[in-house]
Ligand binder design. Sequence first.
Ligand SMILES: CC(C)(COP(=O)(O)OP(=O)(O)OC[C@H]1O[C@@H](n2cnc3c(N)ncnc32)[C@H](O)[C@@H]1OP(=O)(O)O)[C@@H](O)C(=O)NCCC(=O)NCCS
Length: 408
Amino acid sequence: MAEAAGARIVWPVVEIRHLTSDDLDAALDNRRRAFGPLSGGAAETWRKLVSPMLPEGRYLGAFDGSRLLGTARVNPYVQWWHGRPQSMGGVASVTVAPEDRGRGVGRALMDAAIERCAELGHAVSALYPATTPLYRSAGYEHAGVLQRVTLPSEALRTLGGPGGAAGAVKLRRMGPADAAELVALIGRVHAATRASGPLCFDERTWRLWLEDDDDFCYLAEDGFVVYRWSDGNIEVDNLLAGSEATARALWSMVGSASSVAKSVTACVDPADPVLWMLRERSKDEVTQTRWMFRLIDLPAAVEGRGFPAGVRVETPVEVTDSRRPGNTGAWLLRVDGGSGSVTRRDAASGEGAHGDATRLTIGGMSALFAGVPTATLRRAGLLTGGSPDADDALDAAFGCSAYMIDYF
Ligand SMILES: CC(C)(COP(=O)(O)OP(=O)(O)OC[C@H]1O[C@@H](n2cnc3c(N)ncnc32)[C@H](O)[C@@H]1OP(=O)(O)O)[C@@H](O)C(=O)NCCC(=O)NCCS
């Protein structure tokens, strides 16, 4: 598909093209039939969110003549892998009209979305699946988690301590004008914590989220929180802290609602420090939503990923990717000094078809990249060949517990 908005491509069954503002009513109708009703205010926010993406060719529509059959959107995100930011295409709003389901429209849209990710320079892509087979067949694999934990507000309120270090942390209300500062702060914290998996919205999307009067948004030097009321309790959308003092200041402020709100539900890193600060912890009350991940451009993704500084790896891998043949082939994976690369192994020099290479489908390679252990991939049939030593090396390089704190 060409990069300009309005470019067209013809699929065997349907035509896929970029949506324009004239298509938004039909897209909204489709969205309602796919995911349920949207209130007037939510529909208005949705229009504000997607409108700037139209001229960028980020909203794809499958058409039968002038009739919209289905949609898929590629959101512009940055995602951190071992503390390094990568350009990530977040695939969302995959919808097919009820009367057109089951005849390949969803699959055609996913093929187009993957192609579009590549054209937009997203080396990796992620999505929250409502169903797995459609995305797995497109090369995505289960990778990480979005974890919601429910905590007693009173336990959070006391985290600040009487006149403790948290008292010295300055917090201020933030609004849309703080979007740039917030994006920079998120980048600093994810880099410093060598985070794997979390994403950041672009500034214009943050401006939109920070406009919501029902959200309470506070900024510190090295942290922030976005939270709101939800059925008499508190829901934390986002809380990120780069230091103990800021974590205590933010969590204790949220917990200060404890006279009214008995519990706080929060999306957090499963290894968020707050879980190690609580005085009592035995059974965690958590729900997990899974997200799937795909490498769009294998060499660019490996080069853009961070790796643990002490790990040194040189091992052959063979990858198969029927949808993006540029990823297919025999590669030499090297990791050294916190950086990685894959280079093609030259068949002519006799290096091409080693029997000892670790062999992965693109789904398996994507899951490995996202930290899924080789022992899991091997027993799930997503990784073959190689050796126990190579497995250890791959785990040392890629191993992580990937998480997100934002749903999209
Ligand atoms: C999910 C959805 C997009 C699929 O679109 P579709 O055009 O019917 O999908 P396709 O005909 O291209 O089918 C592709 C594959 O997905 C599978 N699939 C489709 N819908 C499925 C479902 N609800 N549950 C499980 N598998 C499903 C198909 O069986 C097919 O796999 P197969 O070839 O191995 O049998 C569509 O049903 C829809 O809009 N649902 C409501 C909204 C939604 O859930 N969107 C996804 C959000 S992440």
